[in-house]
Design a protein around this ligand. Sequence first.
Ligand SMILES: Cc1ncc(COP(=O)(O)O)c(C=O)c1O
Length: 363
Amino acid sequence: MITCASPKSLDETRNQEIIAVMENVLRSGHYILGEQVSQFEIDFSKFIGQNHGTGVNSGTDALILSLRALGVGVGDEVITVSHTALATVSAIVSCGATPVLVDIEEDYFSINPLEIELAITSKTRAIIPVHIYGHAANMTLIMEIAKHYNLHVIEDCAQATGAEYNGALVGSIGTLGCFSFYPTKNLGGIGDGGMVVTNNQALASSVVALRQYGWDSQRNAMISGLNSRLDELQAAILNVKLKYLEQDNQQRIRLAKLYDEQLSGTRVRTPQVRKDSKHVYHLYVVKCQDRDSVVRKLNSNDIFPGIHYPKPIHFQSGYKKLCKTPATGLPVTERLSNNILSLPMYPELDESKIKTISEYLLN
Ligand SMILES: Cc1ncc(COP(=O)(O)O)c(C=O)c1O
């Protein structure tokens, strides 16, 4: 059976390295906020090109703590998309703010900057562009709009660790960058984990306090926070896996190129890549008009693609009343949700499988 993502490494050298560091943590007796977390925070933020990195419990918490560090709360509005993981929107709701959902670009699936401007009100505090599927949003226009209206930009980089936009790594462009280390992500642990990066010292200090009840260095809480610590075991594993990130991303890019070649002339449309950007293919998402029959064909051959995401968030009953959307709806989001298909994509995927999958998609 082939699924659309797999977190499991088949590389024995890498697995042995991971087992060794796990044993070291076990024997160290130091399991929370120790040297592994500090090392990972230093190395990861340096890799992204930011001065501060704070390890937290998940990508969702990275977004929540970033919003809270900016003082976003009840009565505020945050602009983002409906075409994303629920986590992006649930993080805004968790802070008491209102998600304002706007439409996406037809070609790239990410927030349409022209729609952002139409959604800005006196209550707008921040924009959360999502670098969906491993490909950067249109950050030039988003940063221009944010500057013009004095808004913060929190980059949701959960799916795009290592992706680049005009030579900058995603996460280094906005006010804060939020990452997820969920197992299937490009840099994934073997449990939950996340990170907030920023160049802003004051915001970094707030995130550090917020991830641990609001404590300062004297364990005196001047603000209220939560428990959202990255643990030593995950950090130790991520320290090993960070060394392999670029190699893994290059393999994803190679596999995507192979798909692009094999799929030309078939019944699906392959992903578009912006000029001057590096797509790291967390997911390889194609468009097809007859998705149900394509899925049936693949399933009958033991291949199980995914759909990211089948139901826009503004249509989900638990969220629809909590979000604001334009009166005209979100036509691109709504249409594309019926046409998208995530084909199998992970560094361990055998190239021959891409050829087989593509043959099933011939007209
Ligand atoms: C775009 C996006 N944002 C946020 C998250 C939340 O990350 P986590 O699962 O680590 O909380 C995810 C992961 O599912 C995601 O894909």
